[in-house]
Design a protein around this ligand. Structure first.
Ligand code: SF4
Length: 444
């Protein structure tokens, strides 16, 4: 194919990972990237079904693309991702100008589908099972120094608020050797930081069988193996599930030189009754006990989390339990969400949906508490020196990067993306640090 393509990505890191693969396939076939829909022969919307109003967003985007396509009849529109998987034929019924609908398990077929659409009109490929891991496809990475590496797809849990099991299917782990080969190739290509991706990384490997070996490779084995890859200086992963967390992962984290001192550990609620209704099979005491163990083994670790406010039936007392656990857990940061029912999830049909203004008021209280705690953590870093991996330009024009503990640092340049620098922290804010580059760069 010739021409230009535009890709818009919504949602989580898994979608960013998949978009890099779609871009890789299109570029391998001869297309070049553009940011302007007017100039694109192929426009891909890689959708997310998790966020509220995902439909409105998709159809809003498609509505805006219709007149552009009418002016440029060569344009082909592709809808990929979780909403494509979930809504299937509905998308082309509502927006007949969509040429290709490709589900989460069918990404490798996107080029064939585009060619078939050219020949025979609108195409759809939505299947139930991943045959080729998207990671095995060529990638066009957004940045040169960092790569997303998927270690598993799908999830065997059934959290009642979550659409993932429906759109990504049951968990399938990738062979350890395949993950390792990808990381080695990435390192040879200049990547210094990898983020291992799975819906529940802790259960990595449980579904694998290794011929001739009685033992399955587990997530801790994977961390140690990736730690040994020459050239990789930072390893991150997301996300572990508190229910499936195991001590061997803490050991592997603390003993692996390149695994960063950061863990994203989703709490979702501090109320045991709400956790039960969410079908999250740990309780707050167990969650806090894990945090204590993790911090005892890796004292400098930063901890971030996800919290949902206003889950159906959440009482004021249950919400206060969340505030209490947040106070005790002292997260470095929290991604806080206001519950909204998502079609296709069990909780969408629950009684006791909490009124919007109550959810908002609780949300504001939680954010206020978390911001205070985040600032306290960051204040402790003032006047210290931190290693920063430069990511690009910050909002105010200087350089921006992250510490090993995943804190955003803004500082005056010059600095190149992918460069490791030492920054002296001058001022702390709840969501970022501001500092100055110390003369010497961090040795490789
Ligand atoms: S573990 Fe995560 S991905 Fe799996 S169902 Fe629960 S929230 Fe969704």
């Amino acid at each position: 194919m010739t021409g230009r393509y535009l890709i818009r990505t919504f949602g989580c890191q898994m979608n960013e990972h998949d978009s890099e693969r779609i871009a890789g396939l299109l570029e391998a076939d001869g297309l070049v990237r553009t940011e302007e829909a007017e100039r694109a022969e192929v426009v891909v919307l890689n959708t997310c079904a998790v966020r509220q109003n995902a439909d409105d967003r998709l159809y809003g985007n498609l509505g805006r693309l219709l007149p552009v396509k009418e002016r440029n009849p060569r344009m082909r529109i592709v809808v990929a991702g979780c909403l494509a998987q979930k809504d299937r034929g509905q998308i082309q019924r509502r927006a007949p100008w969509v040429d290709v609908v490709v589900g989460t398990h069918a990404l490798p077929n996107v080029l064939d589908l585009l060619r078939a659409a050219e020949r025979d009109g609108p195409q759809m490929d939505v299947r139930e099972y991943t045959e080729v891991f998207p990671s095995a496809l060529p990638a066009r990475r957004e940045v040169r120094h960092h790569a997303w590496v998927s270690v598993s797809v799908g999830c065997d849990n059934r959290c009642t608020f979550c659409i993932v099991p429906l759109v990504r299917g049951p968990q399938r782990s990738r062979a350890l050797g395949d993950v390792l080969a990808e990381v080695q190739a990435l390192a040879a290509d200049g990547v210094v930081e990898v983020t291992l991706l799975g819906q529940n990384v802790n259960t990595y490997g449980r579904d694998l069988t290794v011929p001739g070996s009685p033992r399955k490779p587990l997530f801790a084995d994977l961390l140690r193996a990736v730690d040994d890859v020459e050239g990789i200086r930072r390893i991150r992963f997301t996300s572990p599930h508190p229910h499936d967390f195991t001590p061997d992962v803490i050991e592997a984290m603390s003993e692996s030189v390149h695994v960063c001192e950061h863990i994203h550990f989703p709490l979702q609620s501090g109320s045991d009754r709400v956790l039960r209704r969410m079908r999250r099979s740990y309780r707050s005491a167990r969650y806090l006990a894990w945090l204590e163990r993790i911090r005892a083994a890796i004292p400098e670790i930063s901890v971030t989390t996800d919290i949902i406010v206003g889950f159906p039936g959440e009482t004021e007392e249950e919400f206060l339990d969340t505030l209490r656990v947040v106070e005790e857990a002292r997260f470095d940061a929290a991604y806080t969400f206001q519950y909204s029912p998502r079609a296709g999830t069990e909780a969408a049909g629950y009684d006791g949906q909490v009124p919007k203004q109550v959810v908002q008021e609780r949300f504001d209280r939680l954010v206020e508490l978390q911001e205070r705690i985040s600032l306290e953590h960051n204040l402790a870093l003032e006047a210290t020196e931190v290693e920063v991996l430069v990511e690009g330009t910050g909002r105010k024009g200087g350089a921006q990067g992250r510490t090993r503990t995943n804190k955003v640092v803004n500082f005056a340049g010059p600095a190149e993306p992918g460069e490791f620098v030492t920054v002296r922290v001058a001022t702390a804010h709840p969501h970022h640090l501001v500092g100055e580059r110390v003369a010497a760069a961090v040795p490789g």
